[in-house]
Every structure is written in structure tokens, then in C-alpha cells.
Design a protein around this ligand. Structure first.
Ligand code: NAD
Ligand code: ZN
Ligand code: ZN
Length: 384
């Protein structure tokens, strides 16, 4: 089968690989019909995730058709079209029981922090991903969920990550009615977080990015204010000035380790890898936050340390929350929101790219070319 093949930083190939096989009675083999490239993949692509091995198949956002099931799979059957959450979760460990499906202990027993994630290095369990024609889905009685009748596949594929992640970013902010919410990052995740902030009762939503086309998109899509941090001297000062010197009630980091905007952070975090990526957005989020406010982190950082103003967080009494999204927990509500027209995820998809051209897809998405917001890879068998 065709699958992405990581060759080292900024080098992705698509090559022939062996078909996945059922390795456990609860496995399912899924024939992929769509898989996205995510901002999280850029951390892998840029070589910032420890234990990303040459030859790995990336891709944690995919939908497809169940092709084969293990003897103990009863939740899905052959022929079902399924949404597969990006988290691999056993459904039974102490963390899954608390609906912390992003922190499953069984799917990634080597790690004490992150759970299992498709196509996301050996740090996240060493599972092959869905930027391929076929993928093995472990714990098929837990994650895979049948796509509701009539749902557009471009909506369905965004339910594997972007929609629940943006929603959880807003949810973790504990937004109260009338709150001012600032979102750093107008990628797919930040756009969805800004849109979802209104669902929790925000009174004002502000987004920062450096890509004009994304700012333009989010202004319309999420009906919010959006500013280019390159044309503002200091986003933290800007936030203070626009909130009677108090700061925002809720600050969301939807950027993570690839953040731009600070030479010090970029050199130490992205070039020299002395910290787990550049923490510029998180730095701004903490410093823009009101006393007693909340910082919600969905932007991804690695397992090592980061330079952040923890003293300010302490002295302002800020609540800091963060996690990988718990996709399975949120999926039923997200499906409802799409079916009721409250959320329209597929508007974010700007590019449909053949799987064979994944390298070009990564380049376009990473370099923010051609007004790209969210690219989807389509394997040959899904194009017939
Ligand atoms: N927690 C989770 O479950 C989860 C799930 C999906 C993605 N993520 C993470 O969310 C983040 C965003 O993902 P995405 O797909 O939207 O990525 P993306 O790369 O498309 O978007 C990131 C955006 O941030 C902007 N940016 C860079 N520096 C900035 C700064 N200092 N302030 C404001 N904006 C800045 C970039 O221009 C870009 O538009 C990534 O770190 C990704 O790993 C987390
Ligand atoms: Zn993702
Ligand atoms: Zn578990």
C-alpha cells in the first residue's frame, strides 16, 4: 500500500509499505478515505518530537471504511464508514474511566504524560498513522465511531481532532458569560477555538496571528476581532490597553512549539532545541491574562522544559489548564453541533491533495502557501 514515509526533518516521501495486519482480537483495519495534515504534524515534520523514527507513517486525523475486524470487535463491522479519534485509548484504564482518553495508560505504557496517538512518533506509542491507504486501529470497540448518515466526509474528518480540540480549548478556559477571550493562533485549531468560545458565552473574542489570510478568514468564520501581531508592537500591551489594563479573562494558546514572534524563543526553542519548542504564544497568554483568569493550552509542546513567566502566573492567581483533546468524550456533542449547523468544519478545508503528493501538501501547509488553512490527503482508492 501507499503510505507517507518520514525521511528526516522537512522530508516526507510516499512509498510502498506492507499492508497492516490484525495483531490483536480488538483491532480493525481501516481503508482510509481522507486524512488531514495537522499543525501537530509540523512538530514531527520539523524534527521537534523526540523519537520520531525514519520510516514512520504520519497521520492522526483520518476517516475510512472498516475493511477487516479482529475476532473480539463488536462496535463496528466490515463496511462501516468510521471517524477514528486521533487518541488511541483502551477505554478501561483509570484515565479512560475519567474520560481522559488523551492520557490512556494502556495505549502508551512507556510514557507517564501523553497517551497513544496515531502516526505520532514512538513518544506517543509508535503507532502507524493514517496518511496511508490502510491503517490498523487498535481498541476498535472504543474509538472508531460510525459516520452518521448524510454527514459530509470533509466534516467527518475534522471531527477526529480539529473540532473537538478547538471546543476543548474553549471549554478548558472555563468561559463565563461576557468574558473576553483571546486566542493565540489562527490555524484550524485556533479558528475553531474562537468559534467555540461564543458557544460558552464569551462577550468578546480576539485572535492573534501573523498570516493576513488566516486573520481575514477567522474574522468572518468566527465573527471576532483579529490582529496581526507583526503590526502591533507588543500583543500583551495591546491586550492590557483594550481591557482597561486588566487583561483577558481567558487566554488560549493554539500555537504551541512552532510559535514565531520572539527571537530568543525561536533560537533556543526551535533552532538549538534547548527547550521544548518556542513558547512565545504561551508567554503572551500568561502575560495577557487577567488576575484570577485562565490560560488554556492546546498548542503542543514536547516533554522537556520551556521558558515561561511562571512567576506572573503565580502572582496573578491564574489557572492553567491543558491537554490533548479527549476526542471520544466530545464526539457525540460535536456530531450534534455539525448536524444542527452550529459548527461548519469543512469550511476550513482549502486543499484536497492526492496522497501521492503528500510532500507538496506538507510544504504548502508548513509554509502557509496558497492561502492554505487545512489540507486533506485523498488516497487513490477513495478518488474512484
Ligand atoms: N491539544 C490537542 O489535542 C491538539 C490537537 C490538534 C492540534 N494541536 C496543536 O494546536 C496547535 C495549532 O494547530 P493548527 O493545526 O491550528 O496549526 P497551524 O500551524 O496551522 O496554526 C498555527 C498558527 O499559529 C500562528 N502563530 C505562530 N506564532 C504565533 C504567535 N506567537 N502568536 C499567535 N499566532 C502565532 C501561525 O501563523 C499559524 O497560523 C499546534 O501546536 C498543534 O500541535 C493540539
Ligand atoms: Zn491533529
Ligand atoms: Zn485507557
Amino acid at each position: 500500500m501507499l503510505a507517507t514515509n518520514y525521511r528526516g526533518p522537512q522530508r516526507i516521501r510516499v512509498s510502498q509499505k506492507p499492508m497492516p495486519e490484525i495483531l490483536h482480537p480488538q483491532d480493525a483495519i481501516v481503508r482510509v478515505t481522507r486524512s488531514c495534515i495537522c499543525g501537530s504534524d509540523l512538530h514531527l515534520y520539523n524534527g521537534n518530537v523526540p523519537d520520531t523514527r525514519v520510516g514512520e507513517t504520519f497521520g492522526h486525523e483520518f476517516i475510512g471504511v472498516v475493511e477487516e475486524i479482529g475476532s473480539d470487535v463488536h462496535k463496528v463491522k466490515v463496511g462501516d464508514q468510521v471517524i477514528v479519534p486521533f487518541n488511541i485509548a483502551c477505554g478501561e484504564c483509570t484515565f479512560c474511566k475519567q474520560e481522559l482518553y488523551g492520557n490512556c495508560h494502556e495505549a502508551n505504557p512507556q510514557a507517564t504524560a501523553v497517551g497513544g496517538i496515531f502516526g505520532y512518533s514512538h513518544t506517543a506509542g509508535g503507532y502507524n498513522g493514517g496518511q496511508a491507504e490502510y491503517v490498523r486501529g487498535p481498541y476498535a470497540n472504543v474509538g472508531p465511531t460510525v459516520i452518521p448518515e448524510g454527514m459530509h466526509p470533509d466534516d467527518a474528518v475534522l471531527l477526529t481532532d480539529v473540532v473537538p480540540t478547538g471546543y476543548q480549548a474553549a471549554e478548558m478556559g472555563g468561559i463565563q458569560k461576557g468574558d473576553t477571550v483571546v486566542v493565540f493562533g489562527a490555524g484550524p485549531v485556533g479558528i475553531m477555538a474562537a468559534r467555540c468560545a461564543w458557544l460558552f458565552g464569551a462577550g468578546r473574542v480576539i485572535v492573534f496571528d501573523q498570516e493576513e489570510y488566516r486573520l481575514e478568514f477567522v474574522r468572518h468564520y468566527a465573527q471576532c476581532e483579529a490582529y496581526n501581531f507583526r503590526s502591533i508592537e507588543d500583543p500583551v500591551v495591546f491586550m492590557k490597553k483594550t481591557t482597561d489594563s486588566l487583561g483577558a479573562d481567558v487566554c488560549i494558546d493554539a500555537v504551541g512549539a512552532e510559535a514565531a514572534g520572539s527571537a530568543l524563543q525561536t533560537i533556543t526553542g526551535r533552532k538549538m532545541l534547548l527547550q521544548a519548542g518556542s513558547a512565545t504564544a504561551l508567554h503572551w497568554a500568561i502575560n495577557s491574562c487577567k488576575k484570577g483568569g485562565t490560560v488554556s493550552i492546546v498548542g503542543v509542546y514536547g516533554p522537556t522544559d520551556n521558558l515561561v513567566p511562571i512567576g506572573n502566573a503565580l502572582n496573578k492567581g491564574i489557572t492553567i489548564r491543558g491537554n490533548q483533546a479527549s476526542v471520544k468524550r466530545l464526539l457525540p456533542r460535536m456530531i450534534e453541533h455539525v448536524q444542527n449547523g452550529i459548527l461548519n468544519p469543512r469550511a476550513l478545508i482549502t486543499h484536497h491533495i492526492p496522497l501521492e503528493e503528500a510532500a507538496e501538501g506538507y510544504r504548502i501547509f508548513a509554509d502557509k502557501l496558497d492561502n492554505c488553512i487545512k489540507p486533506v490527503l485523498i488516497p487513490p482508492s477513495a478518488r474512484i
